[in-house]
Design a protein around this ligand. Structure first.
Ligand code: SF4
Ligand code: SF4
Length: 347
């Protein structure tokens, strides 16, 4: 990895240089929340921000997108060209970069790559930035508080200057042309270490660290806990909408009024929706809230890990804030912490 240091005052120059060639998407304040949006001026962005309310996945998997158009009479598929603007996502936190890495595993690096996802991913540069954890963050439990790959530049605030990790030639050239990057000194490295320690010490100690949660979930698959959790679910899909790693979608066809033309599109879907597991003939594989919520938590904390060697949850905490019924992975961790305490007192 190549490291350089730039002064904090040079950051607007870097953003302006990106803006010459790319659409720049960055965190901005909207009311009391922060969201990622396209910016027109470097001063529009707010880099010292808590987790945004919505994630970055809409830039790779839009909530709704047309996959193809077809002639319903000839059964011919019409050409569908995808227009992808070259884009820079500036100021992504490590958890969100790790979330994109998970999406890459599914849509780009798996057995079947998704051309729509890949086109957007290939057209996007990612500039990460260090953060200060909020009370709802638990990315450190799943090793998602540091981004080791999946970005072009990563900016670590080391006090009045940034230690920049560089991992693409394209971004390195822009950094070189816009700023005055210098070699990192020993003091820069020491300050980087201190900044990392400060971040690691800032996580909410009240969120239990249960590293063997996946195995425990298998052991407690039938526990009443899932009934209690699932019975509260409102099926509102807010958790899936805000989650940076929820990627399920539904495919739908829509015909023109005269029935001659049609389009096939995909829309975000959520496994907490009652119809999600309903199949032709009307059978529903997960008719109960208990089964749906348990399925969601298992996919996040157990199933994806078995298949891809990582949790599908990156601990961003968005669902902790978004779910009005207080259903989230932290509740699962708290349950197993309590189970551990019960076992200890029974022994
Ligand atoms: S499950 Fe919740 S905490 Fe985990 S990645 Fe999704 S929104 Fe973030
Ligand atoms: S778990 Fe919470 S956010 Fe998700 S669908 Fe149920 S009530 Fe809505």
């Amino acid at each position: 990895m190549l490291y350089r240091v730039i002064d904090a005052a040079e950051l607007p120059l870097l953003v302006s240089a990106f803006m010459q060639q790319y659409e720049v998407v960055a965190p901005v304040k909207r009311g009391r929340s922060y969201v990622f949006d396209a910016i027109e001026h470097p001063e529009d962005m707010v880099l010292d921000y808590p987790t945004t309310s919505a994630s970055l996945k809409k830039y790779f998997l839009p909530p709704k997108e047309t996959l193809m158009r077809f002639n319903a009479q000839t059964n011919r598929v019409a050409e569908h060209t995808l227009e992808v603007p070259p884009r820079v996502i500036f100021g992504a936190h490590a958890c969100d970069i790790n979330a994109i890495n998970r999406l890459d595993q599914v849509f780009r690096d798996g057995t079947y790559n998704d051309p729509y996802y890949c086109a957007r991913r290939d057209a996007t540069l990612i500039v990460g930035i260090s953060c200060t954890p909020a009370d709802s963050c638990f990315c450190h439990l799943w090793d998602a508080d540091e981004a080791r790959f999946g970005y072009d530049l990563f900016l670590q605030d080391i006090g009045g200057r940034f230690l920049v990790s560089i991992s693409s030639v394209e971004a390195a050239n822009i950094l070189e042309s816009a700023c005055n990057p210098r070699e990192a000194t020993d003091q820069d490295r020491i300050d980087f270490r201190h900044a990392t320690r400060r971040r690691q010490a800032s996580f909410n100690p009240g969120i239990p660290d249960i590293q063997d949660v996946a195995m425990l979930m298998d052991a407690f698959h039938k526990d009443d806990f899932w009934e209690e959790l699932g019975s509260r679910c409102l099926s509102c899909s807010a958790c899936a909408a805000v989650c940076p790693t929820c990627f399920c979608f539904d495919l739908q066809d829509r015909l023109s009024p005269d029935g001659t033309q049609g389009e096939r599109y995909r829309v975000w879907d959520a496994c907490t929706s009652p119809q999600f597991a309903q199949v032709a003939g009307g059978h529903n594989f997960r008719p109960e809230g208990r089964e749906r919520v348990r399925h969601r938590m298992y996919h996040k904390l157990n199933g994806f890990l078995a298949n891809h060697d990582r949790m599908l949850c990156v601990g961003c905490g968005r669902c902790v804030k978004a779910c009005k019924a207080d259903i989230n992975p932290v509740k699962v961790l708290e349950f197993f912490k309590q189970k551990g305490a019960d076992d200890a007192s029974a022994a």
